[in-house]
Write a protein of this length. Structure first.
Length: 180
């Protein structure tokens, strides 16, 4: 499957402490696109990522290797440590990452195969679906939106802030994805 329109160009991860919900560590890299090496004006306008930010950056394969090194360094690969990714929707880990990995002939690490969809968690906690994703969740919780919408690292910060607020209100997060 050839990525027709989109490619992963940013790979941000925040490690949250499950008890305090505070950010303990950050992984953030830009990715050199290979199928569409030139970013479109639409992409730059949407994400704030300009061509110079991805030119000369590591390939997705190299970034995924560094993610694995970071996960190991943070102790997240220890079988006695419980961890799970949290995303705003299922698309990133259900469609985009597996599709691009399949196209490039790369394996998808097992830790990417289960996650919490924050939209589902929010709807369980608040009783309504956030049609506009992070913007609606922030508004519904009276939180200030952090940074730029569709900036991967800023989206991670907003996800962390929303999770912290829901956790402080007593919400218990559970996996929402179905295993592959």
């Amino acid at each position: 499957m050839r990525p027709t329109e989109q490619e992963i160009i940013e790979f941000p991860i925040l490690k949250l402490n499950g008890r305090t919900m505070e950010i303990e560590s950050t992984f953030h890299m830009y990715v050199q696109p290979v199928v569409h090496p030139q970013l479109t004006p639409f992409c730059t306008e949407l994400t704030g990522i300009i061509q110079a930010m991805v030119d000369g950056q590591p390939s997705l394969q190299q970034v995924l290797e560094r993610v694995d090194e970071w996960m190991a360094k943070e102790g997240l690969l220890d079988p006695n440590v419980k961890s799970i990714f949290v995303t705003c929707g299922d698309w990133d880990l259900k469609v985009m990452l597996p599709g691009q990995c399949q196209y490039l002939g790369l394996p998808v690490a097992d830790y990417f195969k289960q996650w919490i969809n924050l939209k589902k968690a929010y709807s369980f906690a608040m009783g309504c679906w956030p049609k506009n994703g992070l913007l609606d969740m922030n508004k519904g919780l009276s939180l200030q939106h952090i940074g730029r919408p569709h900036s991967g690292i800023d989206d991670c910060k907003n996800i962390a802030n929303i999770m912290k607020t829901l956790a402080y209100r007593g919400f218990i997060f559970k996996q929402t994805s179905k295993p592959f």
